[in-house]
Ligand binder design. Structure first.
Ligand SMILES: Nc1nc2c(c(=O)[nH]1)N[C@H]1C(S)=C(S)[C@@H](COP(=O)(O)OP(=O)(O)OC[C@H]3O[C@@H](n4cnc5c(=O)[nH]c(N)nc54)[C@H](O)[C@@H]3O)O[C@H]1N2
Ligand SMILES: Nc1nc2c(c(=O)[nH]1)N[C@H]1C(S)=C(S)[C@@H](COP(=O)(O)OP(=O)(O)OC[C@H]3O[C@@H](n4cnc5c(=O)[nH]c(N)nc54)[C@H](O)[C@@H]3O)O[C@H]1N2
Ligand code: SF4
Ligand SMILES: [Mo]
Length: 696
């Protein structure tokens, strides 16, 4: 029996799992004991990583839809030819940018890199990721404030904090192993949760701050003002390591305790106490996720969190930080190495120094490199609806379900001349719309690197061998490149290992320098096995500690080396409740055992047994009484975007009287969410939708 250590490719913790394999059968799955992230624990999703393509029928060969809608299996060779013919015909007829792709934070770094090379560099097309729905806000916030998309923390910081503040984050459900570490190693910490809903994490916390939806920016500015007025700030840190504080101080002076209740629903005493708690904490860490990022003012809200950490000196020290938790296993890989919003390794497409460095690393002429950032996800969908984009390639994401106002994706697909979906399942809502379906093997048969939420690189190793005819994402994309005629442009890209070596070279001298990381290091240099490696890790660096944080030297990546305070006036919610649409519909993760569009997790028996088959939403008992709605009654919910969806009602006091909460794992949820985005990050404002309820 062989033991193969690999990485869970679901959530952003990227736990390591040991697979015991006999022949071509996985006999046992157990969380890796020595791996610093999960130390012998994992959640039900990781434990069932072997259950992919087991219950649900898999395809090995491409599927092509003919004019009559009939689907037939074709050979790979034919599949590549059809792809290339259709996409190049469209480009010739309507221009290069009439084709685009949408990818993911769930493929390996090497997959994303070669996709960026084929799509962005060679085809000269736009290509965004589902990370736009998720981390785009944090990316922009980090870039503007720190000068680079570099989150400061290591996960251990949560164990070392005496005060942990979670803002719009529900790690009990979304990052369960991380939460487990806090419960095991930091029981006495003061844990505060800011969430309009009594989430599972709020239930476990010392204090639940039951904020009005999107009251966060007003709350955070008021807290900042109280900290300043009481001189509860770290003047030395501010002076030495930041810029823009005086302007920020002036800005927040308008946010007084007298008006905070009406803006946030939190009393002035509680807001004062929150500021005092931050002041009194010795090691304060602030953690945020989608309750912050998915907002029409997400970037400024994320920066308001960072500002509090900066002004109190809670940065770069154990147990501190303004810490954005990522969602998908490789969101960090896509951020630094996908060639979508910046060059490989970071840096703008128009930065001549970076262009030279990257073209030398890739051994290509500078003219090959993409010249501008991609247009964002929403623009790709809008252009498809408008008929400007005619060919679309979707990889490892399920937008017919997960995109905001998701019927818009159906409309977009309808208008396309050619939709290609590359997935491990051919029956997803998106794959069902495809003209050409390209089946990839799941990660259990793939090789590559994932970068987790604390910037830790770890390796996905093939636990099972591919069957005859099966291809990995890397091989599919590589072959498309070959059939497109890339020729010698693919010479340095033959395998994932080749791609990784190129990315290392591109990262040289950048904040995310990984020149010292090798596949061998990630496979485990000693008997114990791999512990992963956090970036930066330069050539010649040695691993002395399992956990490393950034900004310990107080040097940021801006030209002045100082972090910059960013702030702005609080915006009105572009979609406010009114008499006709009086309730706020919130959405997010439902259970630990369900993953996003529930494509992969439907294969986990233990999870299927406990979750509801039908879409449901939580409703407060008082509202249920007022509307005369009983438990499990199916009701219609209509949103301001004009769409109607149905949900079973689960009566629960975890939601406030005029709020509703629905898990995202059902396609009904995103039928209701609006096409509203943060102006800087273009991340959808998923979480607050005015709706009305109609009895059936
Ligand atoms: N089991 C499971 N785990 C997952 C995933 C999954 O699908 N299933 N997905 C992964 C991914 S990709 C991601 S991005 C993460 C997401 O992880 P989280 O962001 O922690 O999860 P969500 O449930 O989307 O949202 C968190 C909380 O934001 C709150 N919220 C809504 N509006 C507001 C607001 O205005 N202000 C504040 N302060 N809070 C608000 C919601 O009530 C919710 O409790 O989870 C990852 N982990
Ligand atoms: N209302 C609302 N909507 C949301 C959110 C919310 O909080 N509220 N959250 C948003 C967030 S944060 C996210 S990240 C998105 C997630 O949304 P999606 O990315 O659409 O969700 P997934 O179900 O993870 O889809 C991944 C797809 O990739 C396939 N896949 C898995 N492994 C592989 C592989 O190795 N190769 C290939 N080619 N395919 C593979 C799976 O079968 C699945 O079809 O949803 C967003 N939508
Ligand atoms: S906590 Fe996340 S990374 Fe760990 S096993 Fe569960 S889904 Fe996988
Ligand atoms: Mo996400």
């Amino acid at each position: 029996m062989k033991k193969i250590q690999s990485t869970c490719n679901l959530c952003a913790l990227a736990c390591n799992i040991d697979f015991y394999v006999e022949g071509e059968k996985i006999i046992k799955v157990s969380p890796t004991k020595h791996y610093p992230v999960n130390k012998g624990f994992c959640c039900i999703k990781g434990l069932n990583l072997d259950k992919q393509q087991t219950k649900v029928k898999k395809s090995i060969y491409p599927l092509l839809k003919d004019e009559n809608g009939n689907i037939k299996e074709i050979s790979w060779e034919e599949g590549f030819k059809v792809f290339v013919k259709k996409m190049t015909d469209i480009q010739e007829k309507y221009g290069k940018e009439s084709v685009a792709y949408i990818s993911t934070g769930q493929m390996t770094t090497e997959d994303m890199a070669i996709l960026g090379h084929v799509g962005r560099n060679y085809m000269k097309i736009n290509g965004d990721g589902n990370t736009r729905l998720c981390m785009a806000t944090s990316v922009v916030a980090h870039k503007q404030t720190f000068g680079f998309d570099a989150p400061p923390y290591t996960l251990k910081d949560a164990e070392l904090s005496d005060t942990l503040i979670f803002i719009g984050a529900n790690p009990v459900i979304a990052h369960p192993v991380f939460w487990g570490r806090i419960m095991e190693h930091n029981k006495d910490a003061n844990i505060i949760v800011i969430d309009p809903r009594k989430s599972e994490t709020a239930m476990m916390a010392n204090e639940w701050i039951d904020i009005n939806p999107k009251g966060d920016l007003s709350l955070l500015y008021t807290v900042a003002n109280v900290l300043i007025e009481n001189e509860w700030i770290n003047k030395n840190y501010i002076e030495d390591n930041t810029e823009g504080f005086e302007e920020f101080k002036e800005h927040v002076s308008k946010f007084t305790l007298d008006t905070v209740y009406e803006k946030t629903g939190i009393s002035k005493e509680r807001v004062y106490n929150l500021a005092k708690t931050i002041y009194e904490g010795k090691r304060v860490s602030l953690w945020w996720t989608m309750g912050v990022n998915q907002s029409y003012e997400g970037v400024r809200t994320a920066q308001a969190i960072i500002n509090i950490a900066l002004m109190t000196g809670n940065m770069g020290k154990p147990g501190t930080g303004a810490n954005s938790l990522t969602g998908q296993c490789n969101a960090m890989g896509s951020r630094a190495f996908s060639n979508t919003s910046g060059l490989y390794g970071g840096g703008d497409f128009d930065n001549p120094i970076r262009r030279k460095a990257v073209s030398e690393a890739l051994e290509v002429d500078e003219s090959i490199l993409a010249t501008k950032p991609t247009i964002p996800y929403n623009a790709i969908i809008e252009k498809a609806i408008a008929g400007e984009i005619k060919g679309l390639w979707i990889l490892c994401t399920n937008p017919r379900h997960s995109w905001a106002n998701n019927d818009e994706f159906r409309k977009a697909a309808q208008n396309l001349e050619f939709l290609v979906v590359q997935d491990i399942y051919s029956d997803t809502h998106t794959a069902q719309l495809a003209d050409l379906f390209l089946p990839s093997v799941p990660a259990i048969k793939k090789e590559g690197v994932l970068i987790n939420t604390e910037r830790r690189l770890s390796k996905v190793n093939p636990v099972l061998q591919k069957e005859e005819g099966e291809l990995s994402d890397y091989e599919i994309i590589y072959n498309i490149g070959k059939h497109l005629g890339m020729g010698s442009l693919l010479d340095n890209w033959k395998t994932p290992r080749d791609a990784f070596e190129l990315l290392k070279k591109c990262s040289k001298g950048m904040p995310c320098d990984i020149t010292g990381v090798t596949y061998e290091l990630l496979e485990g240099p000693n008997k114990e096995g791999s512990k992963g490696v956090q970036w930066p890790f330069k050539e010649g660096d040695i691993i002395s500690e399992d956990e490393r944080r950034l900004y310990e030297d107080c040097k940021y990546y801006t030209p002045s080396k100082k972090a910059k305070f960013h702030f702005e006036d609080v915006r009105e919610n572009p979609m406010k409740t009114n008499e006709e649409y009086p309730y706020i519909f919130n959405s997010g993760r439902g259970t630990v055992g369900q993953w996003h569009t529930n494509v992969r997790t439907r294969e986990i028996d233990e999870s299927v047994k406990i979750y509801s088959e039908k879409s449901y939403m939580f409703m407060n008992p008082e509202l249920a009484k007022e509307l005369n709605i009983s438990e499990n009654e199916r009701v219609k919910v209509k949103s301001m975007n004009g769409v109607c969806s149905e949900f079973d009602v689960k009566i629960s006091d975890t939601v406030k009287k005029d709020h509703l909460y629905a898990p995202i794992h059902y396609i009904e949820t995103n039928a209701l969410t609006p096409s509203i985005y943060d102006p800087y990050s273009k991340e959808p404002s998923f979480k607050t939708v005015p709706v009305k309820i109609m009895k059936k």
